[in-house]
Design a protein around this ligand. Structure first.
Ligand SMILES: [Zn+2]
Length: 112
């Protein structure tokens, strides 16, 4: 299932987007390039300012992406409990994931 607003993917038994409060649509019923792509999530960003920086880099490199706020994760994840603010996930097409992670790795704070 796909949210028509934010294009987040959900399991089949979910009928409403938790973020947008709109009814989800069946992915196979939608004839959009978006649904034919497999999306993969980059490591979460602690706050929208970092996500925006990452998005800018992706844009410059012509990598399509979408952002998804994850309020629940920021409220319940022990790992991010020390950092107030929202967790933002960026989704990119799976075949660009490696390149995208590389490009934004300095921003997400993961300096391996
Ligand atoms: Zn949504």
């Amino acid at each position: 299932m796909i949210c028509p607003e934010c294009h987040a993917e959900y399991l089949d038994h979910i009928i409403e987007c938790g973020d947008c409060k709109v009814s989800l649509i069946n992915a196979s019923a939608v004839d959009m390039p978006l649904t034919k792509m497999t999306w993969a999530a980059l490591p979460p960003f602690q706050g929208k300012i970092y996500a925006d920086m990452a998005a800018e880099i992706l844009e410059k490199n012509n990598i399509p992406y979408y952002l998804k706020m994850d309020w629940t994760a920021s409220a319940f994840s022990i790992e991010s409990a020390t950092i107030p603010g929202e967790v933002v996930r960026i989704f990119v097409p799976k075949d660009t994931l490696e390149k995208a992670s590389d490009l934004v790795s300095s921003i997400s704070g993961d300096s391996e």
